[in-house]
Ligand binder design. Structure first.
Ligand code: AMP
Length: 438
């Protein structure tokens, strides 16, 4: 018999994990909707051709297969390329600029590691159809808002612009084509360090002198203004880099006006972001408590949708990695850790009390209290134990005496206190506990 085993790199999420994952997703959904973003869902399977030619080197990680009709299909690699397809396909039905959010699984044939899986969930935010730096600023402000709401300590959003890296390559004497190799090498900076990047650049045909200059420029450090001032001086000869610096300054002005605390972002000229479709501002959020990789990443991609739509539709967006947020929250002990979804457990005293107990459970649910009901009448002590084992805080009993008095016994299993209250008072007490717990 084959072993009972899930597929490598793909995970089962048991209830305790799911409750924290849902808390993360609910928080991101709330923030998205507070900015007027609208939900979108697309299929997990796309035509292989839809994904091909969009991802650069990463294309080799796409899962491809043939269906029963011999069509060439693929599991989606991210939610960005499907968004581009949707924008082109439903052009007449969408009002641009369009703010959309999407949540779901993506698939990559990566080598699994801590925080890196073959099936993982992303939560995407995109503003489709605007080139305004305020759109970039809004996306970055939202990610800072989200990481703050989730309680991430000390996170920083690194910001850069593709044409700053392009400018660094050009002023170092590289051709436009060679600049692609520079993105790829610099993208590995945090993994392989300055010496590693230098070796990689030289391997790709860059002269040692040019490699040294590139490395010097990508390591410029300081406050956002200091870094941009230094870059403006070094890249003054490159028109596109000068425009990119002005664009990034406008984004930073937007962030400040939106009230994002200055310690939550930094300009990092070494940030490249792997995906080939980015054209403008790029960013990713990191935390010193998780050196393995970014919590999320995104940027502006003004040409990708044009591959489908036949005209460029400027767009900026990001993807939160839910698995990574979850792993880091577990590691840092962040977020609520409920053991169950229910606050109340209605016991069954005896066969005669079943109908009234079911009614009590319905009344509790109508008052917004998540309620479990026992499935067999019997020993109340045992039922209390069951409730406690499940992590439900309150157990309720409707015995013949309580029914006669119009009361209900309510036991707080956390504090070990028990009392008999009029039914309405018992429901109010639970409603109060619920609002305190929120
Ligand atoms: P990307 O789509 O590559 O820009 O990635 C965006 C975010 O998705 C990353 O910052 C990660 O949080 C998450 N992510 C990307 N690849 C994986 C993976 N293989 N496993 C888990 N999370 C991932």
């Amino acid at each position: 018999m084959a072993p009972i085993q899930n597929v490598k790199g793909m995970r089962d999420h048991l209830p305790a994990d799911m409750m924290l994952r849902q808390y993360i997703v609910n928080t991101l959904t709330r923030i998205s909707e507070s900015h007027g973003f609208e939900p979108l869902q697309t299929p997990i399977i796309e035509y292989a051709e839809t994904l091909e030619g969009k991802l650069g080197d990463e294309e080799k990680l796409i899962y491809r297969f043939e269906d029963h009709g011999g069509r060439r299909l693929a599991l989606r690699y991210d939610q960005t390329v499907p968004l581009a397809r949707v924008t082109a396909q439903y052009a007449g039905q969408l009002t641009l600029p369009w703010r959309r959010y999407a949540y779901g699984p993506s698939y990559r044939g990566e080598r699994p590691a801590r925080g890196r899986y073959r099936e993982f969930y992303q939560f995407d935010l995109d503003i489709v159809g605007s080139a305004s730096p305020l759109a970039d600023a809004e996306i970055v402000a939202m990610l800072c808002e989200a990481l703050t709401a989730l309680g991430f300590p000390g996170f920083v959003t690194l910001l850069n612009h593709r044409q700053i890296i392009g400018g660094i390559a050009r002023v170092s004497g590289l051709s436009e084509e060679a600049a692609g190799g520079v993105y790829r090498a610099i993208d590995k900076f945090d993994k392989i360090g300055a010496d590693g990047v230098r070796a990689e650049l030289i391997k790709s045909g860059v002269t040692p002198a040019a490699a040294d200059q590139i490395l010097e420029l990508v390591q410029i450090d300081g406050t956002a203004d200091e870094v941009l001032d230094a870059l403006a001086q070094k890249l003054a000869a490159d028109e596109r880099a000068v425009a990119a610096i002005a664009n990034l300054r406008a984004v930073l002005d937007g962030l400040m006006a939106m009230g994002v605390p200055a310690e939550q972002y930094r300009v990092a000229p070494r940030l490249a972001r792997g995906l080939s479709y980015y054209t403008g501002v790029v960013f990713e959020a990191i935390t010193p408590h998780w050196p393995e990789g970014s919590l999320l990443g995104g940027g502006r991609y003004d040409h990708l949708i044009g591959l489908f739509a036949g005209r460029n539709i400027p767009t900026v967006g990001l993807a939160f990695g839910i698995d990574r947020l979850h792993d880091v929250m577990i590691e840092l002990n962040l977020g609520p850790r409920p053991q169950t979804t229910a606050l109340a457990f209605v016991t069954l005293f005896g066969a005669e009390q079943v109908a009234e107990s079911l009614r009590l459970a319905a009344e509790l649910r109508a008052a917004g209290i998540n309620t479990l009901i026992a499935l067999e009448p019997g020993n109340i002590g045992k039922q209390f134990k069951e409730a406690d084992r499940r992590g439900v805080r309150f157990a309720l009993v409707l015995g013949p005496d309580e029914l006669a008095r119009g009361e209900v016994v309510i036991k707080d299993l956390q504090r070990g206190e028990q009392r008999s209250l009029p039914r309405a008072a018992a429901i109010s007490l639970l409603a109060e506990a619920l609002s305190e717990g929120k």
